[in-house]
Design a binder for this molecule. Structure first.
Ligand SMILES: [Zn+2]
Length: 314
């Protein structure tokens, strides 16, 4: 089945978060011990060079998610644009990293799961403002071409803070012809994107731009994310996608990456896997048809989410 058929078939169980889990296992440098980032290899950029530096670690994590029931494996291509990889000293390996990440995910998936290419924000808008649109389009377009060459089944455009940059990514996805799931990350509060658009406005714009499913990922635990998903559900007819983080946020800051515990004390704000099981139980009723996890959600959380989805069906 392709992704569109899977979405029509029931709630698709996705996978969980890769970079935080690989950081915990010692394959990604959180960068917290450095004064500056972006000056050399492994500089705490949360870039995906593990695909070429530690392919066995990545392969193992994919296997864990597949065993937990994931129907989709996300290739570890998050932050894999040439500009972002350059900041970690890996710009020249842009092709190699994107291709290797997809190859590894496909090897593990076999015919048991689909493989999605993960594409995220360039961060150029945060640094340079909307004048960076042209360069962002070039970089996102290049990465999407690499993912397509490597044979991904579809794209997950994720962790975009600004709607304007997400719409550029959707434009690049449309030119490629690959189906795209589009999820924004809302911070510091779930009420607005970084360019000041409500979740409902974001959902409508992403659906109008051709996304096959729209929603949110990262930053919040399931309980905090549900109200924003409800707002999106009221605005669109396309399926909702949700990949929450597994970290507890607070009423004044709905963003785990802005909590003092990020990045080295995350264990102190970890939510239990039970919250993902509960999320699975309500997902269908909330209109969610693609459910997975993001940062902090390892295979145990995805298994619990799958149990919740199965429990809701019974
Ligand atoms: Zn995340």
């Amino acid at each position: 089945m392709n992704i569109i058929e899977l979405l029509n078939d029931g709630v698709v169980l996705g996978d969980g978060g890769y970079l935080i889990e690989l950081e915990r296992r010692g394959y990604v440098d959180s960068g917290s011990g450095r004064e500056k980032v972006g000056t050399g290899r492994g500089s705490g950029q949360f870039t995906p060079e593990a695909a070429i530096e530690n392919p066995d670690a990545l392969r193992g994590l994919h296997r864990e998610f597949l065993r937990a029931g994931s129907r989709v494996l996300q290739a570890l291509t998050f932050f894999g644009t040439r500009e972002k990889l350059s900041r970690a000293g890996y710009g020249e390996q842009t092709e190699a990293i994107n291709h290797a990440a997809v190859r590894i995910a496909k090897e593990v998936a076999g015919d048991e799961a689909l493989v999605a290419g993960s594409v995220s924000r360039t961060q150029l808008f945060e640094r340079e403002g909307p004048s960076a649109a042209g360069l962002a389009r070039e970089l996102l377009g290049e990465q999407i071409r690499l993912l397509q060459e490597a044979g991904v089944d579809f794209l997950i455009l994720e962790t975009f803070f600004r709607l304007d940059e997400m719409l550029i990514a959707l434009e690049c996805a449309r030119s490629s012809g690959l189906p795209a799931v589009a999820t924004m990350s809302f911070r510091p509060l779930v009420t607005k994107s970084s360019d000041d658009r409500t979740p409902a406005e974001c959902a409508r714009a992403m659906a109008d731009a051709g996304a096959i499913a729209v929603g949110a990922n990262c930053e919040q635990e399931p309980g905090r994310m549900i109200p924003l998903l409800r707002e999106m559900r009221g605005a669109v007819k396309v399926p909702l996608a949700a990949q929450p983080a597994a970290f507890r946020t607070t009423d004044s800051c709905h963003s785990f990456t802005r909590q003092p515990a990020f990045p080295d004390d995350l264990e102190t704000i970890q939510v239990s896997r039970r919250e993902f099981e509960e999320f699975g139980k309500v997902a269908r009723a909330e209109g969610i048809r693609y459910a997975g996890g993001c940062c902090g959600a390892n295979a145990a959380y995805i298994r619990a989410l799958g149990d919740g989805l199965a429990g809701a069906r019974a």
